[in-house]
Design a protein around this ligand. Structure first.
Ligand code: T46
Length: 136
């Protein structure tokens, strides 16, 4: 898929001892998970993202705290406030994303379809727009 974002709901096992949420590859996630990374110790005034990917698909979670994800498919912009560890935002390839307004102590976990590859990034907005135009 290209230019698609969608909220993914994970199961929650509620328990007086605490809640548990799980992710199963091949079940909850529309791609094979090749990488997991997380952002933490993020200053509240930090801005992250500011790029798009040629091939990478990801699902972004706020495991703790909250932050804003601004999404741009080249035609429409939208924004999501992630704050529920059960709800991840699926981001397909060729989506521009920016992140800010991290709460104190927020932890952002990302499931990714490929290993890290700097060559997969469009870090320049005009480059992203022309890549969209060239993608058939
Ligand atoms: C995204 C948002 C949500 C690695 O070496 N391995 C990795 O897996 C990643 C993600 C990054 N890096 C290096 C590359 C840079 O030198 O860590 C540095 C910071 O990466 P970046 O500026 O891309 O970080 P963010 O937080 O702006 O973006 C990241 C992901 O790159 C991106 O795909 O969607 O988180």
């Amino acid at each position: 898929a290209r230019g698609e974002v969608q909220l993914i709901n994970l199961p929650q096992v509620h328990d007086p001892r605490g809640d548990l949420t799980f992710v199963e590859g091949g079940n909850h996630i529309p791609f094979d998970i090749k990488r997991v990374y997380y952002l933490y110790n993020v200053p509240v005034d930090a801005e992250r993202g500011g790029h798009a990917h040629r091939d990478l698909e990801q699902i972004v979670f706020a495991l703790s705290g909250s932050f804003r994800l601004k999404i741009d498919d080249g035609r429409q912009k939208s924004e999501y406030w992630l704050r529920d560890p059960r709800k991840g935002l699926y981001i397909s390839r060729l989506i521009w994303r920016e992140m800010d307004s991290f709460s104190q102590g927020a932890v952002c976990m990302v499931l990714a379809s490929h290993p890290y590859d700097e060559g997969d990034y469009y870090r320049d907005y005009d480059g992203f727009i022309s890549a969209l135009r060239d993608d058939v």
